[in-house]
Design a protein around this ligand. Structure first.
Ligand code: GAP
Length: 433
């Protein structure tokens, strides 16, 4: 990563910490590589991302239902899915200092070679390294070896028959899921970009086995997924598709495309869109019978697989703005942690405090609102800009006479007076726009 890019990442990492978005996991014990905690602002934003995804993928459609499968599954699932054999990355080890990196991570390899400039031939031959995280279950020895799921996907296949039997779905239909996945990544890094514990939001869309039709459905989902990120504010110029060459495809993919974002550390995968064919349902010996036509077949699967943590990181990077001294996050209000901040102009004036608290409590019934009475008004605007709060409400002495407040817009920093009675509707209209 060049100096400019690493300075952007340092700024984002520092803002994420000081404003309560993302903390290093177990920080008081020196951290734990590849594990991250979300703070008060972070958990709100992450929940908003998941809510928006669920609305777009499940509630706004008639052909998708949701599930929430267990993280630990019968180990046979991972045998059948091919993960125990084929879910691997190539690893090389430095013969000088024993550092391990992914052999296909050209940047990490080149960076490390710089630390041993005078030496040649520093790497061992690449070895394949399985990414599944093992866990031991049971109270008596020998304990049973099991796995934390390496992708949330298998739940949708293992539950396929139960979903068909318990609902009215008919092919084509989708199963949506959001949940944690775990991978023994060799080189976690770039904040949450590559973590060992992360969350995925996935759609498995089941279709009739047909080359031409399934290709059309694949193209349809590619565009739908790109539009979702654009609608939530990602700069379209920073998005592109990258088709996988056959030798780079995951073991389950008939063909695959990554939706990529131009991050400070280069074009990077946001989300994978995969045509999984009948790989999974076939391996699990599952088929589908159309009750109306009597046809029986193994459906093919088109998958959209996004990372919640990666989406959150890229939304933060994309929203980051510097305007002179002012730093603000130009987040779409739908995913901003809080919609509105409410302040009394002066915290030591009981009449202002009481009025501001009343407004705060009222707004809170309909919107996610944050209270702030620390420091002076300038500092509060500064803090809310960095959190990405789209609107700040200030209750001043005029408010007590004319029942209006100042509403300040994050992006333009312009202020206007709004009647207290109209505030909820005012913000709801802005959010719906
Ligand atoms: N079910 C298919 C699947 O898991 P993938 O391309 O391996 O496909 C899908 O992962 C998405 O999950 C990625 O595009 C990324 O957003 C997220 N993801 C994968 N590994 C990750 C990691 N180590 N840390 C954070 N997010 C990750």
């Amino acid at each position: 990563m060049d100096a400019k890019a690493s300075s952007v990442m340092e700024k984002i990492t520092s803002l994420a910490k000081r404003r309560g978005f993302i903390f290093q996991g177990s920080e008081i014990y020196g951290g734990y590589q590849g594990f991250w905690d979300y703070g008060p602002a972070g958990v709100e934003m992450k929940n908003n991302i998941k809510k928006e995804w669920w609305k777009y993928t499940v509630y706004d459609r008639e052909d998708v239902v949701g599930i929430d499968a267990a993280i630990i599954m019968n180990p046979t699932v991972w045998e059948k899915s091919g993960h125990l054999k084929a879910f691997t990355d190539p690893l090389v080890e430095c013969k000088v200092c024993h550092k391990r990196v992914r052999a296909d991570n050209e940047e990490a390899v080149a960076d490390h070679e710089k630390t041993h400039k005078d030496k040649k031939d520093i790497w061992t031959e690449p070895k394949t390294f399985n990414l599944m995280t093992e866990v031991l279950l049971g109270t008596t020895e020998p304990k049973e070896k099991s796995y934390l799921r390496g992708e949330i996907t298998q739940g949708a296949f293992v539950d396929f028959r139960n979903v068909v039997d318990s609902t009215r779905v008919r092919i084509p239909f989708g199963i949506a899921q959001i949940g944690k996945a775990f991978r023994n990544e060799i080189t976690p890094g770039n904040l949450t970009f590559r973590s060992r514990e992360f969350e995925q939001m996935e759609l498995e869309y089941f279709v009739k086995p047909d080359e031409e039709d399934s290709k059309k459905i694949f193209e349809y989902w590619k565009e739908k997924r790109k539009r979702w990120y654009e609608d939530l504010g990602i700069d379209p110029k920073k998005l592109r598709f990258h088709d996988h060459e056959p030798e780079k495809r995951a073991h389950y993919a008939k063909y695959a495309t990554d939706l990529e974002y131009e991050a400070p550390f280069g074009w990077s995968e946001f989300e994978g869109i995969h045509h999984r064919g009948d790989f999974d349902l076939g391996n699990h010996n599952l088929s589908y019978r159309d009750n109306l036509t009597g046809e029986e077949y193994t459906p093919w699967v088109i998958e959209t697989s996004g990372g919640v943590d990666r989406a959150m990181l890229f939304f933060l990077i994309d929203a980051y703005r510097e305007d002179g001294e002012r730093i603000y996050l130009k987040l779409n209000p739908k995913i901003a942690p809080y919609k509105v901040a409410v302040f009394p102009l002066l915290a030591n004036k009981p009449e202002l405090l009481a009025k501001a608290k009343e407004i705060y409590k009222n707004l809170k019934q309909k919107l996610n609102v944050v209270w702030d009475d620390r420091g002076n008004i300038g500092k509060r605007y500064f803090a809310q800009d960095e959190i990405g709060t789209p609107w700040c409400v200030t209750v001043d002495f005029e408010s007590l006479n004319d029942a209006t407040v100042t509403v300040r817009d994050r992006d333009s920093a312009k202020q206007e007076r709004i009647a207290i009675d109209n505030l909820t509707e005012y913000f709801q209209n802005k959010l719906a726009a």
